[in-house]
Design a protein around this ligand. Structure first.
Ligand SMILES: [Zn+2]
Length: 68
């Protein structure tokens, strides 16, 4: 994982916020390993997200909460 990914991982922060902190352009940020949960907007590794009934990636916490 990249520094940017570590800064976002398991947090509810925006990519823009973290990029500003690191002083880099959003377009240059390498976040290929992480994605946001489409329900709670927290960043997780792509492999940790599960598609919900509509095919949107959601985290295990949300998955359990909605009982899918
Ligand atoms: Zn979630």
């Amino acid at each position: 994982m990249t520094e940017i990914e570590y800064a976002l991982y398991r947090k509810k922060r925006t990519l823009l916020e973290v990029c500003q902190e690191f002083g880099i352009d959003v377009d240059d940020a390498d976040i290929s390993n992480i994605e946001t949960c489409s329900s709670c907007s927290i960043w997780y590794k792509s492999v940790e997200l599960i598609p919900d009934l509509d095919g949107n990636p959601i985290c295990k916490v949300c998955n359990r909460f909605y009982g899918l």
